[in-house]
Design a protein around this ligand. Structure first.
Ligand code: PLP
Length: 376
């Protein structure tokens, strides 16, 4: 029998779908039955594997999914996901017909996109529901507030588009103060009032990412759009939310080095005692950031062990001298996850790397197989 990829190279991301479903349940409970929960599954579900995650979430009662790209939406439809799929990045110059054909729900903030979507809907002979996005201070996507009224006036001409919802996005709902979030909410409400005065009747409004939904109940409106909290890294401590991804590998090689022996490129680490050094088959080509060099720990034999020397493309080294059990080639090593007490969280890896947990989770490369576990 040919060896499976994980037998050939044991570095694997285990995705606990039961934990993902439980996190969805915590959020569902928090916002109550009147507020719809859209799961952000863009970026391959923040690196967790969009298809498996969306299916598990749908089985747990989730009926709305947020993607960035039309291609990501098409992938969910190909996998049989039925719920509303919101293309949060819009559909761009070439995505209108595909979005209509796949019954995706486009976010619209650009007149050109609206024109192309209107034409595609007309051609298909079916009115298309869209969500209009207004930029209340994120400065990324969305109709800039000063252009909102003019945009709405022009939008009225698109007979084949109907506005299912109005949305905006927060710039710092996880920030130290809530001053700017409050201002964004005020602007958003005002933009909604303007739209209603012009005769538009959006079914609902939505604004809240994870930080918004956990810190600002007045930002819930008709729907919330959590991403990072679903994957177990809520921006504020939240009882019941648990990590979803564990990244494990197996020790490739173990050696005993004398005092004064350098380890890895640049010899930035030199042993200060006789040391047992384990080489792990994982490096920055797998998405384990080089920036964690000299700062990270991994778990071997149930204990945290420092990652020593520079992380290489395919390998890194851990000092396992203090591990009580004898560490041997083939022993499991955890880069992310692990039992309570020693668990390594994505936010901790992010701190070591000088980045955010989003980037750590999304960053594990396609070379690391995602193994979905925890549901039948
Ligand atoms: C438009 C939009 N909504 C919701 C989210 C989810 O955000 P978070 O992962 O912080 O919950 C994102 C992610 O960046 C987003 O771009």
């Amino acid at each position: 029998m040919p060896a499976s990829p994980s037998q050939l190279r044991p570095t694997t991301a285990h995705v606990d779908l039961a934990a993902l479903q439980a996190n969805f349940g915590v959020i569902r409970q928090r916002v109550g039955p009147a507020v719809r929960v859209l799961a952000a599954v863009k970026g391959d579900a923040y690196g967790h594997g969009a298809v498996g995650c969306a299916r598990a979430l749908e089985a747990a009662g989730c009926d709305a999914f947020g993607v960035a790209l039309v291609e990501e939406g098409a992938q969910l439809r190909d996998a049989g996901v039925h719920g509303m799929v919101l293309c949060m990045g819009g559909v761009g110059r070439h995505g209108a017909e595909e979005a209509v054909a796949r019954q995706l729900t486009p976010v619209v903030y650009d007149e050109g996109d609206a024109e192309r979507l209107d034409a595609a809907a007309r051609k298909a002979g079916e009115r298309l529901q869209v969500h209009l996005k207004v930029d209340t201070g994120m400065g990324r996507l969305g109709v800039p507030l000063p252009h909102w009224e003019r945009f709405l006036d022009r939008f009225a001409a698109f007979e084949w588009l109907s506005i299912a919802a109005l949305m905006t996005h927060f710039a710092e709902a996880d920030g130290e103060t809530d001053v700017f979030t409050r201002e964004q909410l005020r602007r958003f409400r005002a933009a909604a009032t303007t739209a209603r005065r012009r005769g538009f009747a959006p079914g609902y409004l939505h604004a809240a990412n994870s930080a918004g939904l956990l810190r600002h109940p007045d930002s819930w409106f008709g729907m919330v759009r959590p991403g990072i909290a679903l994957y177990g890294e809520p921006p504020v401590p939240t009882p019941g939310i648990q990590p979803v991804m564990t990244v494990s590998t197996r020790v490739l090689f173990v050696k005993d080095l004398p005092t004064g022996a350098p380890v890895s490129y640049g010899r930035s680490f030199v042993t200060e005692r006789p040391s047992r050094i384990a080489t792990l088959p994982v490096g920055y080509a797998d998405g384990y950031p080089r920036a964690v060099s000299g700062r990270a720990s991994v778990i071997v034999g149930g204990q945290r062990c420092p990652v020593v020397g520079r992380v290489c493309m395919d390998l890194c080294m851990a000092d396992v001298t203090d591990v009580r059990a004898t560490v041997e080639s083939g022993d499991e090593a955890l880069l992310l996850g692990g039992p309570e007490g020693v668990r390594i969280r994505a936010s901790e890896v992010a701190e070591w790397a000088g980045t955010i947990p989003y980037e750590v989770l999304c960053g594990f490369s396609t070379r690391v197989p995602r193994v979905h576990e925890g549901v039948a």
